[in-house]
Unconditional design. Structure first.
Length: 314
């Protein structure tokens, strides 16, 4: 409930900040063909994400059949869109995997944490690379601070409190963290798998950017892709903050700030962000089908597929 309220408050703040007429003008020339392309990229994106999860889980001794992994990833993505926080679907994905016969609960949860972590790491690498490659982008963090007015003692105090809480939790969860570190070395950082993990994660980030650019064309924005593409990862990174429902509000505020900091029209960033949110929701709708009750035979078939995939797991 609080996260839903946060989304509404942030969206209201963006609507108050951006001139409604300017925002409406950004939706001036819709091109539906770009929607079809964006949804097609979304299918490939989900399939590659499911493959990455399957690869990670197999390295931890908790294999999945690809069809089962794809279905579960669609379900998780859909739940992430409709439930607060953006991680509830992933928690459900780990829980459902842990319930499969012969699957260790710890391995199932670690596989999801590592798989999501690999994606965030790749996104961070893209953000850093974009800043290093473009002198104009190197000034964005400072401009963001000025635009958002994030200086001052309240923020310093909040960061200090988070650091203290993090230290306490780390001490109490030392055993869990050690186990996760071992699993990360095995499933993500091992020489046999690192290149595949990195390439898959970078391709997934590239698909996010491609969908965003399609959304811009879909609503008729004429900003050159070469100018907009380096800004998108900055907005996506802000969405990692579990403050809202499916990133709504956080994404729009970040897009407005980043677009303005880059010398572009903030309203265009917000318009692209809203379009992106709608397209992502549409692309996850196949996951709603997984919520339908299935016959016990179907459950058995899925479990058998997951079990027999031990032999052909990547």
């Amino acid at each position: 409930m609080l996260r839903a309220l946060a989304s509404l408050v942030l969206l209201a703040a963006v609507a108050w900040w951006i001139d409604p007429r300017t925002l409406a003008a950004a939706f001036g020339a819709p091109a539906p063909a770009w929607l079809v392309l964006a949804l097609g990229i979304g299918v490939l994106q989900t399939a590659l994400s499911a493959w990455r999860w399957r690869l990670t889980a197999s390295r931890l001794g908790a294999p999945l059949g690809f069809g089962h992994a794809l279905r579960e990833y669609y379900l998780a993505s859909f739940l992430n869109q409709i439930l607060p926080g953006g991680v509830m679907g992933d928690a459900a994905r780990a829980w459902r995997h842990a319930r499969l016969p012969g699957t260790a609960s710890t391995a199932a949860w670690q596989a999801v944490v590592i798989e999501r972590g690999a994606g965030q790491l790749a996104l961070l690498l893209v953000v850093i690379a974009s800043a290093l490659a473009s002198p104009a982008l190197q000034a964005v963090p400072a401009r963001l601070g000025e635009a958002a007015d994030v200086r001052g003692l309240p923020w310093v105090g909040a960061l200090a409190a988070l650091a203290i809480v993090g230290t306490v939790l780390a001490r109490r969860a030392r055993g869990v963290l050690r186990s996760l570190a071992r699993a990360t070395r095995q499933a993500l950082l091992a020489r046999a798998v690192l290149l595949r993990q990195l390439l898959a994660s970078l391709l997934i980030v590239a698909s996010y950017i491609a969908v965003w650019l399609c959304c811009m064309r879909m609503i008729g924005l004429a900003t050159p892709p070469a100018q907009a593409a380096p800004l998108v990862p900055w907005v996506l990174l802000a969405m990692a903050i579990p403050l809202s429902v499916a990133g709504w509000g956080v994404r729009e505020a970040a897009a407005a700030l980043v677009w303005q900091a880059a010398g572009l029209e903030a309203a265009e960033g917000v318009a692209a962000s809203v379009s992106y949110g709608v397209v992502v929701l549409l692309s996850t709708l196949p996951g709603a089908l997984a919520l339908r009750p299935r016959a016990s035979g179907a459950h058995s078939a899925a479990d058998a597929a997951a079990t027999t995939s031990r032999a052909d797991a990547p």
